[in-house]
Write a protein that binds this ligand. Structure first.
Ligand code: FES
Length: 103
């Protein structure tokens, strides 16, 4: 599943994400700068905060309750903010584009 991250310097990093794992883990495995996953995917650190491309927001569904609680206490949160650890990679996400939020 190919997912493209726009990183802080404005460049784009496409990764080949393994299906079935959280997007945060796929990003960490592929050394995407700015995605740290400090809490190990518990929706408790927001170091995996991304902005989802508008065209993809619906497909990803709703934020999880833990994710919502975390984002309520995070910085630079936008309508299209998601925590990448709460997004399971599926084949349907092929072509997804996200932007890494400022840390
Ligand atoms: Fe900590 Fe996603 S890895 S909130």
């Amino acid at each position: 599943t190919t997912i493209t991250f726009q990183i802080h310097d404005g460049s784009e990093q496409p990764i080949d994400a393994e299906t079935g794992i959280p997007l945060m883990e796929a990003a960490v495995e592929n050394d995407v700068p700015g995605i740290d996953g400090d809490c190990g995917g518990m929706a408790a650190c927001a170091t995996c905060h991304v902005y989802v491309d508008e065209a993809w927001r619906q497909k990803l569904g709703e934020r999880t309750p833990a994710e919502r609680a975390m984002l309520d206490n995070s910085f630079d949160v936008k309508e299209n903010s998601r925590l990448a650890c709460q997004i399971p990679v599926t084949e349907e996400l092929d072509g997804l584009r996200v932007e890494v939020a400022p840390s």
